[in-house]
Design a protein around this ligand. Structure first.
Ligand code: 2AM
Length: 189
C-alpha cells in the first residue's frame, strides 16, 4: 500500500477549482436579464445559469488535491502584491457554441488588464506545478447550457462590468446543478 494512503486512509481529496471574476449584484442582474429580454429559453430551450452563478472564468484548473489549495492561494497572493490594476470592460456580444450547446455573453474587446491577469495567473500556477489547459483563452459568460439555437438576436444594449477583485472558486456538481463557493478573493487596485 502506498505510504500516502497509510497516512491518510481517505487518500487525496480532489476539488474542482477555477479562478474567475464575479459581477457585482447590479451587473449580475443586467447579465441575467438578457435571457428574459431575448426570450432565450423559448428560442433555445436548455438550462439557464442561476443569477448567483454568473461569472467569467480566468483560469480553469479542474481537479486539484484539497491539500494543494494553499499553494494556489499563495500564487494569487504573489500576484496581488505585484499590484494588478482594476479594469472596466463591456459585454457586447451574445453567441452560441454548437459543439457544447452553450449560449454565452462576451466582451468584443478584451482589456489589456484582463489579458495580463490571465497570463500572470497561468504562469504563476504552472510555475507552482499545476497543469493549466493551454488552449487559447476564450473569455465568456455562460448564460445557458444544453441549448439548441439557430439564430440569436443581438444584445439589446451593452453591459458595463467593473472588475475590482478576482476569486478562487470551488465547484461542486450536485443534482441541482453546479454550486460555487469562493475559497479566496484578491482585490485589484
Ligand atoms: P463553461 O461555463 O463554458 O462550462 C466552472 O466550471 C467554470 O470553468 C466555467 O466557467 C466553465 O466554463 C469553466 N471550465 C470548465 N471546464 C473548462 C475547461 N476544460 N477549460 C476551461 N474552462 C473550463
Amino acid at each position: 500500500m502506498p505510504i500516502a494512503e497509510e497516512i491518510n486512509p481517505i487518500g487525496p481529496r480532489p476539488v474542482r477549482v477555477f479562478f474567475a471574476i464575479w459581477p457585482d449584484p447590479e451587473t449580475q442582474k443586467r447579465l441575467g436579464s438578457v435571457v428574459e429580454q431575448l426570450r432565450l429559453d423559448a428560442l433555445c430551450g436548455g438550462r439557464t445559469t442561476k443569477l448567483q452563478n454568473i461569472h467569467l472564468t480566468l483560469v480553469f484548473l479542474g481537479d486539484v488535491d484539497a491539500g494543494r489549495l494553499p499553494a494556489l492561494s499563495q500564487v494569487a497572493d504573489g500576484i496581488r502584491n505585484s499590484g494588478m490594476s482594476a479594469f472596466d470592460f463591456t459585454i457586447e456580444e451574445i453567441g452560441y457554441w454548437k459543439h457544447n450547446h452553450i449560449v454565452y455573453l462576451a466582451p468584443r474587446e478584451l482589456p489589456a488588464e484582463l489579458i495580463q491577469l490571465v497570463s500572470i495567473l497561468e504562469d504563476g500556477v504552472s510555475n507552482a506545478g499545476f497543469s493549466v489547459e493551454r488552449r487559447p483563452y476564450a473569455p465568456h459568460i455562460t448564460l445557458m447550457r444544453n441549448a439548441l439555437c439557430r439564430n440569436l438576436p443581438e444584445l439589446p444594449a451593452p453591459i458595463a462590468w467593473q472588475a475590482r477583485e478576482w476569486l478562487l472558486v470551488k465547484s461542486e456538481q450536485t443534482s441541482g446543478g453546479s454550486v460555487y463557493a469562493p475559497v479566496g478573493r484578491w482585490s485589484l487596485e
